[in-house]
Design a protein around this ligand. Structure first.
Ligand SMILES: Cc1ncc(COP(=O)(O)O)c(C=O)c1O
Length: 403
């Protein structure tokens, strides 16, 4: 009998998996002395550690049986009610607790949505650039990411109809568009109200789903809140993903998905087969933070904190970066996206930067068509003020040397 190594027995799907950009970032972050402008991690300075310790102690004392027990796959019912209330009062869209599924991060929500809608070979439209975690998830289900350029108003809906018609001619089946409407990862750009309506109209015309990923929407520093795509949707095409990772804690892994009940019913079955339920203790901590108003208080402090860091980073870039370089000016979230002169390669620049213990994420990881060689993402969320103050002038010097 032939001897098979475990690798020989991998599924066809698993054999096609590419190395993860997220793993590469984690390795960079672990290096001592690294000034990292790379990760999409919150600043630990804003973690509400003492308050969470007190909440956990009380929960274990009063509701230990519930906190340490399995919970319903859909999520703790009282939490789902609180999230539904929050969706209507703060995000502007009505949904019932039955339309909410609590997930282990939005990463799981996206994975479940892909398992529900994507067969191998199905197309998902994504921004050029777009968050590599999501495009990797889509690809892991055999989905084909097709890139649509972005500008300062978000994804170019004006280019979509033509692209969709071409895909149809090629016999490809379009299933969804994946968008991050607020302070997009990695560009920092917010989709305009007009583009949002246009995307809804396109989804209706060409009959596809919209995956609306919104982990940063509450971190707005200025300007008015724009209506989520979920509020514009009249035929149940939008699946809205919301996370508390950027506003409360990514380690607690609590996020939620809102969609029509039949979609949520199916996603619940898929989740059951995956991890039975989201961490009960984390859900109850979040519930207590919502009930006591401390989640909202924390979000307001976060806004001021990250606004200060954004201002610091953009101010230093204005001061030190050469005029040949361009970057976005986000009105919220964690990122600015830098475009170098056409012939300057961001991977080469990264080698110089790493020698100076500065890390960023190079553009091509975000472009599903392999472009973006002259771009990179800078994150102002996690790095300390001292790191930003040291890294930006140094990076500017490295760019100038290559001009
Ligand atoms: C756009 C986007 N979606 C989803 C995620 C994953 O979030 P979660 O921690 O909720 O899984 C991230 C994390 O960086 C993100 O930037």
């Amino acid at each position: 009998m032939a001897h098979h190594q475990p690798e020989d027995l991998f599924s066809v799907n698993a054999r096609g998996l590419k190395p993860s950009a997220i793993e590469a970032i984690h390795k960079l972050l672990e290096q001592p002395g690294m000034r990292s402008l790379a990760g999409a991690w919150p600043d630990p300075l804003v973690f509400q550690t003492d308050e969470i310790a007190a909440i956990i102690a009380e929960l274990l004392d009063k509701q230990g049986d519930q906190a340490l027990q399995y919970g319903s796959t859909r999520g703790q019912p009282v939490l789902r009610q609180a999230l539904a209330d929050m969706a209507s009062t703060q995000l502007g869209f009505e949904c019932s607790p039955q339309q909410i599924l609590v997930t282990s991060g939005s990463a799981q929500g996206l994975d479940l949505a892909c398992r529900l809608f994507i067969d191998p070979g199905d197309v998902v439209l994504v921004g050029l650039p777009s968050y590599f975690g999501a495009t990797a998830t889509i690809a892991s289900h055999g989905g084909i990411n097709v890139g649509i350029p972005l500008d300062e108003q978000g994804i170019r809906t004006d280019l979509m109809a033509e692209k969709i018609l071409t895909l149809q001619k090629e016999g490809k089946r379009l299933k969804a568009a994946y968008v991050i409407p607020n302070f997009q990862n990695p560009s920092g750009v917010t989709m305009s109200a007009r583009r949002r309506t246009e995307l809804i109209d396109l989804a209706e015309r060409f009959q596809f789903m919209i995956f609306e990923d919104d982990p940063y929407g509450e971190l707005r520093f200025e300007g008015g809140h724009l209506a989520p795509l979920a509020t514009l949707d009249t035929s149940g095409r939008v699946i809205h993903f919301h996370s508390t990772s950027k506003t409360f804690s990514p380690g607690m892994r609590v996020a939620w998905v809102a969609a029509q009940a039949p979609v949520i019913d199916r996603m619940e079955r898929l989740k059951q087969a995956s991890d039975i339920s989201t961490n009960s203790l984390s859900q109850l901590v979040l519930l207590e933070l919502i009930r006591s108003g401390r989640l909202q208080g924390g979000i307001e402090r976060n806004r001021a904190h990250y606004r200060g860091k954004r201002d610091l980073m953009l101010g230093l870039m204005d001061q030190h970066f050469p005029k040949e370089v361009h970057w976005t000016r986000p009105s919220g979230g964690f990122f600015t996206f830098v475009t170098l002169p056409q012939d300057m390669n961001s991977d080469d620049l990264l080698i110089d930067a790493l020698e100076q213990s500065i890390a960023y994420v190079s553009g091509p990881s975000f472009f599903v068509d392999g472009s973006g060689q002259n771009s990179f993402r800078l994150s102002f969320s996690q790095a300390s003020v001292e790191d930003i103050e040291a890294a930006i002038p140094c990076l500017a010097g490295l760019i100038k040397k290559r001009l």
